[in-house]
Design a protein around this ligand. Structure first.
Ligand code: PFF
Length: 453
């Protein structure tokens, strides 16, 4: 069933919405600890190359698929190649993947909401630094509080999505993205000004290639996929809201550069503070929830007001960034229910809420009462994250590149990317070559590496 489709109002708002999807927990929560674990500045260099040379062309492919088909991710390939039923599987994957991601993403989103509350109540300042680090363990193993916070986060996401593409998603991203950049810059300035921060800055800027292992390459590309929201149906769906006169390569490059810049700023906001406090950079997933409050509490006694303000700025950044990403994830399911079954956005949001909160509760409880329930040795949360980011997202991205490279005719792809020959004529052959021959090989390599390492 086809409905009047809404569109993003301009090139800038399309970039803001896509950057909103890209900039999220992946940049602030995951990027700094992965950099810490897999090679510091040398890892960052590989990450930049992976983003520009491999992920950006795949991003262009996803936007192209969405805009050419003018369909949400589920029906996009079917609409362009209705006689070939093989692509149906990709449609099903593109609805399931974002739903599973929201289920566990909202767990960390909920933690961030709770930590924002703690920051507002100056809790890190009044606690003794040694108890602040243990706050995290106590909080995530409590069965109720994380669940309540997760539901609050999910509800906030759904309210924005229910308002629609223009009045909800576009408006929210248009205001949040500039605010996010200002907030992260404030954090960077603060962090770099701390005594002893220079060592953290050096860690981010001076590559030491002896720290690089084969895993660093696989993680750099995997992180770049997750960060650019590739292989999850969201960019295809957002691409379908882009007006036909807009430049696909400009929008994609604008998004990739904003995402990259934000990740680097997040690194600069976090690492110098981590070094200033004498904490190990490879502290793992608890890095921002354990070490950042620790830093605030250890400096809190001398500067309580600054400590409170900066901790609020930090966790506000995390919550807003997480929201702009989770709205893009929910939009895939909502657009699908709307297009295929004619459900209104509100009804579709309710269905998505019921499904995602059911799996989401299990993901949240896997840090507490369900921690001993494991699948292949992983808790429910870890299993969902591993399956989706290491396997399903690369697989869907691979199918998408094969669809664009082999199922569509070169002239169709050219027509869409160059706006019927009016823009991007010179760069098109380079993008097309990478998409068809280079990107699929890289994706297969990451999948195999992730599987065996
Ligand atoms: N790119 C988001 C982040 O870095 O946090 C996560 C994400 C959002 C992944 C949307 C996939 C997606 F479809």
């Amino acid at each position: 069933m086809s409905h009047n489709r809404e569109n993003f109002g301009s090139l800038t708002t399309a970039i803001f919405a896509m950057a909103g999807s890209a900039i999220g927990l992946g940049n602030i929560w995951r990027f700094p600890y992965i950099v810490g674990e897999y090679g510091g500045a040398a890892f960052i260099l590989i990450y930049i190359l992976a983003t520009m040379l491999v992920s950006l062309p795949i991003f262009v492919a996803e936007v192209t698929l969405g805009r050419r088909s003018r369909s949400s991710a589920y029906g996009s390939m079917q609409k362009l190649r209705p006689d070939d039923r093989r692509w149906k599987l990709a449609g099903i994957m593109s609805v399931l993947i974002p739903m599973v991601i929201v289920s566990y993403y909202s767990v960390v989103g909920g933690w961030s909401v709770d930590y924002l509350g703690k920051a507002l109540a100056s809790e890190f300042i009044s606690e003794d630094p040694s108890t602040v680090s243990s706050l995290f363990g106590d909080f995530i193993s409590n069965p109720w509080l994380p669940l309540v916070m997760q539901m609050l986060f999910l509800l906030a996401t759904l309210v924005i999505v229910a308002l629609g593409v223009k009045s909800g998603i576009e408006k929210f991203s248009k205001y949040s993205i500039p605010v996010l950049f200002v907030l992260i810059l404030v954090m960077c300035i603060y962090s770099i000004s701390l005594p002893g921060a220079g060592q953290g800055v050096r860690y981010l800027l001076h590559p030491d290639f002896s720290q690089i292992s084969p895993r660093s390459f696989a993680y750099a590309l995997g992180q770049s996929f997750f960060s650019l929201s590739l292989g999850a149906g969201t960019i295809v769906t957002y691409g379908s809201y882009m007006r036909s006169r807009e430049n696909i390569i400009q929008t994609s490059a604008g998004t990739a550069v904003s995402d990259l810049l934000f990740a680097l700023l997040a690194g600069l906001a976090i690492m110098p503070a981590v070094f200033a406090a004498g904490i190990e950079p490879g502290a793992g997933p608890g890095l921002i929830f354990q070490t950042i409050p620790y830093i605030f509490s250890s400096m809190g006694a001398s500067m309580p007001v600054v400590g409170t303000v900066i901790s609020v700025v930090f966790f506000l950044t995390v919550v807003v960034a997480a929201l702009t990403s989770s709205i893009s994830l929910v939009e895939v399911g909502v657009a699908h229910l709307n297009e295929k079954y004619g459900l209104s956005r509100i009804k579709a949001c309710i269905v998505v809420f019921v499904l995602c909160s059911s799996l989401g509760v299990l993901c949240s409880l896997s840090f507490g009462p369900l921690s001993s329930f494991t699948i292949f040795g992983k808790t429910i949360f870890d299993f969902c994250d591993w399956l989706i980011s290491n396997m399903m997202m690369p697989l869907l991205a691979l199918i998408t590149t094969l669809f664009i490279g082999f199922a569509l005719k070169r002239s169709e792809v050219r027509d869409e990317i160059t706006n019927s020959g009016t823009v991007n004529g010179k760069v098109f052959p380079v993008f097309y070559f990478i998409l068809k021959w280079v990107a699929p090989v890289f994706i297969i390599v990451i999948m195999v590496t992730n599987f065996i390492l």
